[in-house]
Design a protein around this ligand. Structure first.
Ligand code: NG6
Ligand code: CA
Length: 514
């Protein structure tokens, strides 16, 4: 009798501490780290995991062979800004008329009250970070680059941001950390505009003798590191990035982010700059692919991914990290600089089995590499389910038990984790403001006016004066237009498309690539 009370208390203590450990384990399990590795202009056929024979991407392949490789994974769009908008917000970009390729001076495209992946995860206790390319606008339309830039990624859900504002070929050519230009010297202020040059400054158009890379189309304004860019920039000499060091620089920031935040659930959006132009491989990779700089920077990106995953491993978080790998749009060879991408292509097919490329409504524009990997949780395999990057926000919300709902984003968590083969039935794809419908194995492209091929990039963009209908099961390369033979199917798809898209889909402002 005399031992009863202490025994009772002891069992209570033991029970309680078991409960504590159990809670800790469950909550740790419930909240895995999430990493999105996002490449820029990497084509479906640019990775050996998807069948490339003339380039070797061992680290991406390992991600694929140890995870789930999607054969029907899509970016929402065939260009960068709209795809990134859809990825982060889960909303179709054609619902926001401003979601087009943005200049470096564009205001922030995501509204401060809009839901985003990092915002949703933050509400669940995650630390959230972005390293790399942003291209979703900054500030309110009149940024003073010498002061704190706001709003920035930090106002739409990211606790930490280390970014380039737009693209590697657009000014300002500086890194921005949490809204402040890195290494800014106040005695050499930065000015940026896209309309006129600053007096006395050389440009790509006027000073070919200063160029280390020759422009082909568009890129003829301010010269930075011998490379002519889009837009004009003055000052900020000490803050300018080094193009060939950029991959190492972002990798380093991404690795440090993991090291610093590994003890708490984190979300990292690692938005790599390759293989977008200007392609500036580090000397370690120069000439290594035999395909010219475009191939070399793909090797560089693959290496960075390997190093980044090594860091997750050595920091002990790989088994508690869901990694999503994809690309913002399909491939392009000559995208405005002479850099041997065309000349040295050989037999490599960046577009894989598909037609078109970046800017195109044909498959290669949006049908991109897509891999999910989570060591110990996702069983290796291949999924043919139709999925879009836009679906990640709802699916990740399910993963972390958040109850946010985003209309256009389908909740496909079990598909992303390999526990279901069910994908979307329909997806509206977008390319330079034009839209088309993927429905099951079918694709319907409505008629659009304008050139069929953008000559400067030599890509068929999908315009025709008739409806186009393709059966991807039989015709991945979209060679056989079935619109006149499969009339019922065509009508069925037009109806689905117009129900979702509205019938004013042709009332659009077409983008010109000059
Ligand atoms: C185009 C640029 C191209 C690239 C693209 C954006 C010209 C001729 N072309 O206007 O080089 O910068 O915009 O690419 O200037 S994206 O991947 O960020 O969407
Ligand atoms: Ca892109």
């Amino acid at each position: 009798m005399k031992y009863t009370l202490p025994l009772f208390l002891m069992s209570f203590v033991i029970l309680y501490s078991c409960k504590e450990t159990e809670n800790k384990n469950t909550s740790e399990k419930q909240l895995p780290n999430i990493v999105i590795i996002y490449t820029d202009d990497l084509g479906f056929g640019d990775i050996s995991a998807n069948g490339a024979k003339h380039i070797n991407t061992p680290n991406i392949d390992l991600l694929a062979s140890s995870g789930l490789r999607f054969t029907n994974g899509y970016a929402s769009s065939a260009t960068c800004t709209p795809s990134r908008y859809a990825l982060l917000t889960g909303e179709y970009p054609w619902k926001n008329k401003k979601a087009k390729i943005l200049p470096g001076t564009a205001p922030l495209l995501i509204k401060k009250n809009q839901m985003t992946i990092p915002k949703m995860l933050k509400s669940k206790g995650y630390h959230t970070g972005i390293v790399g390319k942003w291209h979703l606008g900054l500030g309110n339309g009149n940024v003073d680059w010498n002061k704190k830039i706001t709003p920035s990624p930090n106002e739409v859900g990211f606790d930490y941001s280390y970014i380039m504002a737009a693209t590697q070929d657009r000014v300002p050519t500086v890194y921005i950390k949490n809204g402040n230009v890195v290494n800014l010297d106040s005695t050499d202020p930065i000015e940026v505009n896209y309309e006129h040059n600053y007096p006395g400054q050389p440009t790509g158009a006027d000073n070919p003798e200063l160029l280390s890379m020759k422009w082909h189309t568009g890129h003829k304004n301010t010269i930075v590191n011998g490379i002519p860019r889009i837009g004009f920039m003055k000052g900020g000499e000490a803050a300018k990035w080094n193009d060939t060091e950029m991959a190492d620089h972002f990798l380093n920031k991404a690795q440090n982010y993991v090291r610093k935040h590994k003890d708490k659930p984190f979300f990292l959006y690692y938005a790599m700059q390759q293989p977008h132009v200007p392609r500036t491989p580090h000397p370690r990779f120069k000439g290594k692919s035999g395909l010219g700089p475009r191939g070399d920077v793909i090797l560089e990106a693959d290496w960075c991914i390997g190093e980044f995953i090594k860091t997750l491993n050595t920091e002990g978080v790989l088994e508690n990290t869901l990694i999503v790998f994809s690309s913002d749009n399909g491939p392009v060879l000559n995208d405005g600089y002479y850099d041997d991408a065309v000349e040295k292509l050989g037999d490599h097919t960046p577009w894989g089995p598909f037609r078109g490329g970046k800017y195109s409504l044909f498959e290669a524009g949006t049908h991109v590499p897509f891999i999910t990997s989570w060591k110990g949780t996702i069983q290796p395999g291949v999924s043919d389910a139709l999925v879009c990057q836009m679906d990640l926000i709802s699916s990740l919300a399910k993963l972390v038990d958040s109850n946010i709902k985003i209309g256009d984003s389908e909740q496909l968590l079990s598909t992303f984790l390999g526990n279901s083969t069910k994908g979307r039935t329909d997806l509206i794809i977008e390319a330079t403001t034009r839209t088309a419908l993927r429905h099951k194995n079918w694709v319907m492209i409505p008629p659009y006016e304008g050139e069929a091929v953008i000559e400067s990039v030599n890509i068929e963009i999908g315009n025709a004066n008739t409806y186009q209908l393709y059966d991807l099961d039989k015709d991945k390369g979209q060679q056989s237009n079935l619109a006149t033979t499969e009339k019922d199917k065509l009508q069925e798809l037009i109806k689905i498309f117009e129900d979702k898209r509205g019938n004013d889909y042709n009332n659009i402002e077409l983008i010109e690539l000059k």
